[in-house]
Each structure stands twice: as C-alpha cells, then as structure tokens.
Ligand binder design. Structure first.
Ligand code: C2E
Ligand code: MG
Ligand code: MG
Length: 570
C-alpha cells in the first residue's frame, strides 16, 4: 500500500508493451518513455513470463491482440483469471470495432486504436488507466483485512446495512466467531502460526459466505463477523462447521467459539443482530473446546433482569425494601400440632417489579458476594423480631435463618452472629441456623469445622434441603447438626409416589440414627401431614399450616397458641 502511494506521487512506473511488430513497439515506447520505464515483449508467451516476474512492479500492459505463440485475447484471459495478475490494468491495441468490445468484455481497461492518435491522447489514456487501477487497489485494500481478505469491520457494517435496505430487510442470521485465548496462540507458537490460523479461518469463512451469498469481516484481532441470509438449515449445519474449524485449527489445542443470532422475524437491524450474536459468543468465553451457542431472547431478558437486581441491591438495603416474612413450623408429635418455631424468609418489595421472591436473587447475590450484606440484614431483622415478640408475649420464639454457603467461608461469621444475638438481648440458641446440605459437600472438612465452631458458640444448626446434597451415610454420622430438614421435593409426591414415600421413611430413620429431629417442609395437604406423622416426622412446615407471612400476621398464630395455654416452645 505504502509502495503504491509513493508510486502515485509521480515516481516512475513500469509499462510493458507487447507487440510482435518492432516498429509499433518502438513508436509507442517513444511516446511514453519520458514518463515511464518502458519494457518490451514481442509475443504473448514472453510477455506472460515478464508479467509474472514483475507482477508487483508492473503498472500497465499495453497489448497487441494479434501475435504469434500466445495471442492478446488469451493473455488477457489468463491475466484476469489469476488473482495476482488481475490488478494490472491492460490497454489493448486494436484496429477493429468488434475487437474493442470483445477486449473490454474480457476485462481490458481501455483500448488504443491503430493507427495511433496524437501522442498526448495516448499518454492521457495510459495515465488514466494506471490511476484508475491504483485507486481501485487502494479502495480494495482499505475495505479489506490484508491477512484474510475479508472485509474490515467498518466497511462490512456499512455495506451490510446498504444491502439490508436494498433487499427489503430480508431475514439475516449473524454469527460472531472468536478464537479462544488467541494471544496465547501467538505467544506459544509465534505470530506466524497465529497468522496462519487466521488465514485458514478466513478461508473457511470466505467459502461459507460464497455458498450462502452473505458477507463477512474480520472485526478484531481474533474475531470475525458473518452475515448470511437466514436459513433453518444453519442450525443443522453448525456441528459440521465446528468439526471443520477443529480440523483447520490443527492439534494445538486451539479452539473457536461462535455466537449465533438466528433471525426470528423480530425485525432487528444488522447491528442489533450482531449485538445478540456477540452476547451469545461472550457467554462461551471460558470454553476450551470449539463450540457454539444461539442467542436466546428470553434468556437475555432474564440476564438483563438479573443485572438490574444486582445494580439495585445496595439502594434497596438502604431503603429497607427487603422484607422478612415468617413461616411457622409445627410440632406434630402430640395429639394436636403446636407452633414451635418459624423460618425467616426474605422477600424484596421492589419499587418496579413488585414482590420479588428469593429464588430470583439469592443465587445472584451468592455469585457476586452481595449475599453477606443481605443475610446480615435478614439475621438482624429476625433477631430484632424475636426480641419484640419476647417483649410482647413474654416468650422466645426460636426463628431459623438461612445461612448461605458463601457466608460459611466468612471468617467473621461467628462474631457477626454473636454480635447480632447480643445486640438484641438473645442467646445464640434463640437463632437457629439453616445450612443447605449441598454446602456440606462443597468442602466438607472446612464446613464441618466451621459449623462445629458455631455450635460451640451455642447456635443450633438445621441441615436444610436434606436429600439433595448427596451426603454419604458415613459423613452424616459425624456431622455437627441439630435437625434434618427434608427437601420438599420428596414431600411433594409422598402420597402418590411410593419411591418418594420410602425415601422419606429412610431419611427419617437416618435422623433417628444420628439422634436429631426431622422437619418436613413444603407440606401442603392434610394427607401429606398424616403420612409424615405416621412415619414419625417431628416437625412440619408448609402451606398446609401457613405460607410465609409478615410479622404482624404471624402474631395471630402466636396469639392462638397462647389462647390454648401452650407455651412449650422447643
Ligand atoms: P428454603 O430455605 O428451603 O425455604 C423454603 C422455601 O419453601 C421457601 O421459599 C418457602 O416459601 C417455600 N415453601 C414453604 N412451604 C411451602 C409449601 O407448602 N409449598 C411450596 N411450594 N413451597 C413452600 P422461598 O421463600 O421462595 O425461599 C426459597 C429459598 O431462598 C429458600 O429455600 C432459601 O434457600 C433461600 N432464602 C430465602 N430467604 C433467604 C435469606 O434470607 N438468606 C439466604 N441466604 N437464603 C434465603
Ligand atoms: Mg431454609
Ligand atoms: Mg429448604
């Protein structure tokens, strides 16, 4: 490119005159040699050799059509079909009208008729042909990536949008293809190898868009964009593409990822389509194998929703938008179920989304660490409520709070919980801690140690969601726990599914074995309760008695119990 620009500034250019007539060659040469470096060939075959040898420096070929060995038409055809020679403009020398048309059709830049016009006219034609060819090379090179020959990103977008307009917004699929950890490929195997991989992928993409009638670009150092007319077959073809790409990237553990937007008729424009494809591609960024994923609008809006919740969390804590609800637990061992404790469950009264359930935000906050703040808030609220009820009714109603698996790794956990109970005038035993069974299987040794130290401080531990965490029986006997809370998915079908019923029975026996009470949650019907009672379940929590309710509503249950004269809280 630089070389071209310099040549344009008036540095001499090389012109090849091909004619079997000595006189003709000399005449033309005389007209041009003060402006150009002129070289000569007396037949087509010789000319082809010279053109091949100086393909990078030759600015123009002036070609006679009738020559021995290889005639002008054949030479012209050969040049047009060779990607390296195609850029060299050719002016043909003719004396017949039909020859002019034919040579222009074959790709000649211009023609000069014999006998020759005035030298000025010829010089003007030569200079204009050279200039046009050079301009088109400059345009070609600025719109294309030099390594892969694909469009560059800017031209790609501009051209794609123009095509969309011209084609009445025909449905189009967008693919973003990235090479995984490309900088490492360069570092480990060298830039040259990196370039080779890029060229191979470029070749694959060229072939793809040639077949589909789309267009493609290299949009970044390791990134490509492919824009092709929508077809339902694309999804079926993707496995072939990944196999082919694996073949092209060799056995150096190089892999690519593809994010795909498959047109769903939602009238997205080109940039929106690529935004979606990029999102799908970004999700695969941790993959090691060549893979692809499709953009999914529903998933995307869920992700946006999650982002929004994370952004809003701090403000929500400040504004006390989180509400702690209480769900009663009933002891069913006696004749009549008696209220024994409550579980504190958080809800988010979001100003825009209404009441948001913890299922939507707890795991989000666990992933980004915000859960510590939220749980402290909930524990505080629960402790303060126990204190208020103690002041109002004279009894401590134990409340269990959920302790996230993430909290367990907080070295301050014990201190925080002690501070909370102390500040609210409670004993650690008033606050029950629910820890999900699966947390124990994450890093059992560390968790067992942590939970043991909490028990030593006086806190009671309930193992939540028991039955889902795959604790080994062996491990269970050494676990520091005070109650087993069966996962509600077993309770759901206990009356209709024999296997679930048997499982619940076995889990109850395990609890007996390790000498802790069993709590069944998610109990919705009297039938479920009777079955659980029959297999010696101790405590029940579920909609059968009450949904989680605000503290004021929970007070009705306390008052009912007081009326019955039963204060025996466990
Ligand atoms: P979990 O601790 O196992 O809580 C029991 C869940 O079952 C609660 O859902 C409760 O509303 C629901 N539930 C109770 N009885 C029934 C019933 O009869 N039928 C049905 N279908 N569901 C019932 P919720 O409140 O949506 O909480 C979901 C999960 O979110 C909780 O499961 C717990 O793991 C977590 N969570 C709730 N609050 C907190 C919190 O403050 N901190 C932490 N770290 N996690 C919390
Ligand atoms: Mg719980
Ligand atoms: Mg549970």
């Amino acid at each position: 490119m630089q070389e071209l620009l310099e040549r344009k500034k008036g540095l001499h250019r090389k012109v090849l005159i091909v004619d079997d007539e000595f006189i003709e060659r000399e005449m033309l040469g005389a007209m041009l040699s003060d402006l150009y470096e002129v070289v000569y060939a007396e037949n087509g075959a010789l000319a082809l050799d010279m053109i091949r040898q100086s393909k990078l420096t030759l600015s123009l070929v002036i070609l006679d059509l009738h020559m021995p060995k290889l005639d002008g038409y054949s030479l012209l055809k050969l040049m047009r079909s060779d990607s390296e020679l195609r850029r060299i403009p050719v002016i043909v020398l003719t004396s017949e009208k039909e020859a002019e048309v034919k040579s222009l059709q074959l790709g000649a830049a211009d023609f000069i008729t014999k006998p020759y016009d005035a030298p000025d006219v010829i010089r003007a034609r030569v200079s204009r042909s050279i200039e046009l060819a050079e301009d088109s090379i400059i345009i070609h090179e600025t719109k294309r990536d030099s390594l892969t020959g694909l469009f560059n990103k800017e031209f790609f977008l501009e051209y794609g949008k123009r095509l969309d307009n011209q084609n009445d917004n025909m449905p189009m699929d967008a693919i973003v293809l990235d090479i995984n950890r490309f900088h490492i490929v360069n570092e480990l195997y060298g830039r040259e190898y990196g370039d080779l991989i890029l060229k191979r992928i470029g070749g694959f993409i060229h072939e793809l868009v040639r077949r589909t009638g789309g267009l493609a670009c290299r949009s970044g150092s390791n990134s490509f964009g492919i824009y092709i007319p929508h077809t339902a077959e694309l999804l079926d073809e993707l496995p072939q593409y990944t196999a082919k790409l694996d073949e092209l990237t060799g056995d150096h553990k190089i892999s690519v990822r593809m994010g795909i937007y498959s047109d769903d008729g939602s009238a997205a424009d080109m940039e929106q389509r690529f935004d979606c494809a990029r999102l799908a591609c970004r999700k695969l960024r941790n993959s090691y194998a060549t893979c692809y994923d499709l953009y999914n609008a529903e998933l995307h809006s869920k992700e946006l929703h999650s982002e929004r919740l994370m952004t809003d969390m701090d403000k929500a804590l400040d504004e006390r938008q989180f509400k702690v609800y209480f769900q009663p637990k009933y002891n069913i061992r006696g004749d009549k179920p008696t209220l024994t404790s409550a579980e504190a469950l958080v809800r988010w009264a979001h100003p825009e989304f209404g009441m948001v359930s913890p299922g939507e935000f707890i795991s989000l906050f666990e992933n980004n660490g915000l859960i510590h703040k939220l749980d402290r808030y909930v524990w505080n609220e629960a402790a303060a409520q126990i204190k208020r009820w103690k002041d109002k009714y004279g009894v401590y109603i134990p409340v269990s709070v959920n302790v996230s698996r993430v909290d367990i790794f907080d070295p301050q956990l014990g201190d925080t919980l002690c501070d909370i109970t102390k500040e609210n005038g409670l004993n650690p035993g008033n606050l029950l801690l629910e820890i999900t069974e699966s947390a124990y299987t994450d890093d059992s040794a560390q968790i067992v140690e942590k939970v043991s130290s909490l028990r030593e401080l006086g806190f009671k531990i309930e193992m939540d969601d028991f039955g889902c965490g795959y604790s080994s029986l062996n491990m269970l006997t050494s676990l520091p726990i005070d109650a087993l809370k069966l996962d509600m998915k077993f309770i759901r079908n206990i009356t209709s599914n024999r296997k679930d019923y048997e499982l619940v029975k076995i889990m109850t026996e395990i609890a007996r074995l390790i000498e802790v009470p069993v709590i069944a949650e998610g109990v919705e019907t009297g039938e479920q309760m009777e079955l659980l009672k029959a297999i010696d379940c101790d405590v029940i929590q579920g909609y059968y008695f009450s949904k989680p309710v605000p503290a004021e509503e929970f007070e009705k249950l306390i008052e009912a119990k007081i009326k019955e004269g039963n204060y025996a809280y466990c």
